[in-house]
Design a binder for this molecule. Sequence first.
Ligand SMILES: *[C@@H]1O[C@H](CO)[C@@H](O)[C@H](O)[C@H]1NC(C)=O
Ligand SMILES: *[C@@H]1O[C@H](CO)[C@@H](O)[C@H](O)[C@H]1NC(C)=O
Ligand SMILES: *[C@@H]1O[C@H](CO)[C@@H](O)[C@H](O)[C@H]1NC(C)=O
Ligand SMILES: *[C@@H]1O[C@H](CO)[C@@H](O)[C@H](O)[C@H]1NC(C)=O
Ligand SMILES: *[C@@H]1O[C@H](CO)[C@@H](O)[C@H](O)[C@H]1NC(C)=O
Length: 455
Amino acid sequence: MNSKRMFGIVRKKSFLYLYVFVFVCIACIIGTTLRINTKKEYTFREKEYVSRCNLEVLSKFNNNTDFLVESEVCKIPRVNPFDKSIKEFLPDDPQISVCDNSNVFTYVDNNNLYINFTKSRNQVQYCSYEPIYYISNSFKLGKVSGHFNKSVRVTDEFIKVQCYDAFNKVIAKNFHTVFVKKNPNKKASDLRKHVVQMKNIPNMDNHRETRLNVLLIMIESTSRINSVRYLRKTRKYLLETLDATELLGYNKVALNTRPNTAALLTGDFIENSSCFKDSEGVDKCPFIWKEFSKLGYTTHYGQDTFYSVGKPGFKFQPTDYYDQPFHDAYQQGTKQFSNFCFNGKSSSEYVNERMFNLVSNLKDNPFFSLSMHIRMTHDSLTRAVTIDQLISKTLQRLHKNSLLNNTFLALFGDHGIRSGKVRPTFIGQLEERLPMMLMYVPPWFKTNIVAILRI
Ligand SMILES: *[C@@H]1O[C@H](CO)[C@@H](O)[C@H](O)[C@H]1NC(C)=O
Ligand SMILES: *[C@@H]1O[C@H](CO)[C@@H](O)[C@H](O)[C@H]1NC(C)=O
Ligand SMILES: *[C@@H]1O[C@H](CO)[C@@H](O)[C@H](O)[C@H]1NC(C)=O
Ligand SMILES: *[C@@H]1O[C@H](CO)[C@@H](O)[C@H](O)[C@H]1NC(C)=O
Ligand SMILES: *[C@@H]1O[C@H](CO)[C@@H](O)[C@H](O)[C@H]1NC(C)=O
């Protein structure tokens, strides 16, 4: 009897061990699967997406934590951009980077190229220029113009100018963009008439064109947090004078520039679009400018680097105005991102001048324009101050000239900085994922937005 009970207990005990063993096994399997899944979730974009800080950090949040975004599924703490944990890496008032422009002897005004005699004094005897043309994924130079010693009329979109001294020696190379009118295709303009006639929008106080121009300006590696640090004038002007809207929880969706801008411009993850893997080029991808083009918009795309490192670019010109040949020509194959001064100007000055010039000339057409500043801020937090100077001035000029009156404007980053000393810190990890996004729509559009949405 006793032995039977004992046996029973032993049997029960062994069953218990078995149960425990099976349970542990199941738990292990579930645990491993969960771990793999979690890992998958964090790593499915690329290695760098692994984040272990989240849980540690979440446990530090308490009822006194101030959140910038606070919902059940998303909590983003409000951090001090100059927090003591990173303060030592962040000068309060960094120097603006200036390129040596002593050899910029020429300028363009209204399709005329002039020699600036105030500056060149007696150094320049004469200049000549070559047009820069687009060829698949690159550029070529056209026929050299005759010599000129005062000014010359230019009908080419992009030019390389060489100026000579009295000994016929080249003393300067200058590069300029010139506005050249291009007509959007006939079908598109018919469609535009159709759209405009169809409109029957209440309270629209006779707007000729109810569709907004779209002006997109991307600043590489710029987070919201870094814009608070170093884009102060631009933020102040946008938020206070223009009453722009800021997205506080705008997240990147992938690793670096290419997949994030791909998502922005096609509305889907880069992995979902096989077109990005096409070795011929990314021409077939559903970039948003194609939609605008169908609606009769004139389109523009410019960035101060090649499309993507080691990846195919565009085999065919993607937009009506396309600046790649120009940037390629003055950069002459400079692959180092950290170089940004070229022939007396910064790459951002070239991008910014082109953008302003196009916007002021295209104001009466609906246009879509995308400008990307890459070099200046790719690996520097502080160089944003140089862009701040440029862009805040340009926004003021655009606004004062009523060029934002019919325009949707977005100023944004693709992700935060991905290198340097701030990057590994908690704030660095936060800002790496939270790019800047500031948006402006004209006041008349704001008040009529409900009416427009109803149609
Ligand atoms: C935080 O607030 C919640 C509800 O408001 C409360 O239940 C909880 O006890 C608070 N926790 C602390 C640590 O004060
Ligand atoms: C011509 O050169 C002078 C002297 O450097 C400069 O101040 C001026 O802005 C230049 N003019 C143009 C139109 O670039
Ligand atoms: C400028 O060009 C004109 C015509 O080509 C020529 O007559 C003149 O001598 C030139 N002036 C200088 C200073 O080279
Ligand atoms: C795009 O890919 C993601 C995973 O990479 C997937 O979850 C999503 O459903 C896909 N979207 C579309 C529209 O196919
Ligand atoms: C902007 O456009 C509106 C409507 O067309 C017009 O009433 C207003 O005067 C314009 N503003 C400026 C500064 O031109």
